[in-house]
Design a protein around this ligand. Sequence first.
Ligand SMILES: CC(C)(COP(=O)(O)OP(=O)(O)OC[C@H]1O[C@@H](n2cnc3c(N)ncnc32)[C@H](O)[C@@H]1OP(=O)(O)O)[C@@H](O)C(=O)NCCC(=O)NCCS
Length: 166
Amino acid sequence: MILRRFRLSDTPAYHEMMNQPAVERTLIPGPATLADSARHIAMIEGHWDLVGHSFMAVVEKSTGLLIGRVGPWQPYGWPGLEIGWTIHPRRGRRGYAVEAALAACRWTFERYPGLRQVVHTIAPTNAASQRVAKKLGSEKTTETFNLPPIGHIDIWATARSALAAR
Ligand SMILES: CC(C)(COP(=O)(O)OP(=O)(O)OC[C@H]1O[C@@H](n2cnc3c(N)ncnc32)[C@H](O)[C@@H]1OP(=O)(O)O)[C@@H](O)C(=O)NCCC(=O)NCCS
């Protein structure tokens, strides 16, 4: 796979991915219209300037298709430097999320040498995402994060040392 910055031309494929029922159920509020998806991409790219990192597009090397988004995320008020992940359900269960998340975690730890851990905000019902986190060496903390309208979601943490062992 290739991880790269988002482009305006990714908008239709991003919109199609984010509106898959399996994705919508876990990422609220999702982009309901194509214009919302265009704003999402603008927000993701703006996050690079504001914070110095952001989600990256996951592109399948063999097809050139946009199949996900992955990367660091920490807008104002966020409970830590998160590594988040989404893979298109049509490309699910091929190990793509774990591969992309490992690469994004390594990239982030290299970029911030003093960083001891990254976090992942995961709904208690999101078994697939919990499994991805476990495969990174992540552990559920006792902390939660209130993210309206979802409510309280769990905070998982991957220590630099745990990732280094993968
Ligand atoms: C969660 C998600 C990223 C997993 O992507 P993926 O590419 O299918 O994951 P992988 O193929 O790398 O699999 C990782 C592990 O999760 C497991 N898994 C994948 N989908 C699963 C599902 N629906 N239910 C239970 N386990 C699942 C895999 O079996 C694998 O574990 P294993 O190796 O022990 O068998 C993807 O389902 C997704 O984008 N979901 C919607 C958005 C989302 O929830 N994002 C995260 C928000 S916190």
